[in-house]
Design a protein around this ligand. Sequence first.
Ligand code: S3P
Length: 172
Amino acid sequence: MKKIILLGYMGCGKSTIAKELSKKLEIPFIDLDEFIEEKVKMTIKTIFAEKGEIHFRRLEHECFVELLNLPEAVIIGLGGGTPCYANNHELLKREDVESIYLKASIDTLVVRLSLNKSNRPLIANKNDVEMKEFIATHLFERSYYYNQAQHSVVVDQRTIAQTVEDILAILA
Ligand code: S3P
């Protein structure tokens, strides 16, 4: 069964949009970060702090593959970095997958992330100026991987409902 994969930078709205999409399509949503946390019984923050980022990236890859191998249709919300490690970006192109990049501008991301960064180890300790600089560089580096997705939708100045409609049109 097909998997629908939502990807994009932290704060682009993957989980919120996936939940709405899940209701519309009546397909379950699995958030990869939550799946990892459940599996190892540790928060992402603690995995980064106690085991390090590379350990997290290995776990993330294993869990992503595990979700792709589920027999049923599911919507998978990736972490912001997932497509950029191991061969994860290749997996976005599988035939049994519809991968969608939720594309947000730097300004949109700064606004959204400044309100919600404490559980995100990569930006938790940055002020708004440092965060903007970090996101600009990071987004530039990551765009190559995000652009391996089969589809993309721009989320700037779009409501959740509008973005869900944009995705439904792609999937129709
Ligand atoms: C990360 C994004 C996070 C989480 C981890 C690393 C990243 O997920 O996987 O903190 O490298 O961009 P969200 O995009 O859901 O915040």
